[in-house]
Design a protein around this ligand. Sequence first.
Ligand SMILES: *Cc1c(COP(=O)(O)O)cnc(C)c1O
Length: 349
Amino acid sequence: MGTGQLTIDLDAIAANWSALDSMSGGGTETGAVVKANGYGLGAARVARALAHAGARRFFVAHAEEGASIRNALGRGPEIYVFSGHMRGDTDMLGDLDLIPMINSIEQLTRHIEALPDAPFGIQLDTGMNRLGMEPGEWAAVRDIVVPRKPRLIMSHLASADEPESPQNQAQVTLFRELTAGCGIPRSLAATGGILLGPEYHFELTRPGIGLYGARPFTEARPVVQLDLPVVQCGVVLKGEAVGYNATWVAEVDTPTATVLGGYADGILRALTNKGSLWADGIECPILGRVSMDAITVDISGLDREPRALSLLCPEQGVDAVADVAGTIGYEILTALGPRYTRRYSGRAG
Ligand SMILES: *Cc1c(COP(=O)(O)O)cnc(C)c1O
């Protein structure tokens, strides 16, 4: 093993999709968000596993990502693009039958002029103030848009991972008002919104992070294992330091292992002197700075020199690493670098 190995359990992804799907009633379909290379795990394999599990509507951030998904899935599944119809996207959207989620009147005009018969969806801004038409803009175009039968009208919750936040109720109420009587399928909930309950489900849900085994879907099956090969073992003597700027100094003679993997692989530098790697169920604390390609850990808990140490494993999931690094599981996953060997387990896809 000359490089870190990322093992992705496709059956777990499929099981997580099914579990989220079973949380809403028969009138609600469950889509799948596979943007950012399937949250870092490999969009083509992930999308095929999800299609196998039953997903028929996929969501990506960019038209280019939609092209890879179309390539992986072939004709049939619907692929929606959150960034809508951007300048330069027309050929790709049209040729590959991708559905832009139109975010503004400017995009609407571009779409109707360039691809008058092509499908589209509408994204409304109900309070996140990131993407989507404002209520005023929507009021101005609603009567010309609805007769063109958009495939979907959606909005996005800003605080769905905080069930107590009053913003959830405010957004769902506004979304209902803006879409009342339009007869078009609606979607509001991502993973967090599914967990908020049926009031948030509408006709289609769009889970992402829950599929990949992280919060807020705490019941999710873990999906990833990350094993880093040991390059060298040694002993750091009392008073000696480890790593750049000597930020860790041994108080006693300490056996160490250095693995191949660092911040260039998405192992956040914030784990410096805080995070741990694991071997045989034993925690091995990170000593000193995480560097670009290497991390040194304390292996005094082990009774032999390990061949590999794990960052993501049953003892330490994506959320645990995120907590130590002061971030969220989404960032841990999407930071996973291109140098790892990706291995897929499971029968799905
Ligand atoms: C990323 C994203 C999702 C998926 O969100 P998760 O929290 O990962 O489930 C759904 N909708 C939109 C608009 C998004 O940007």
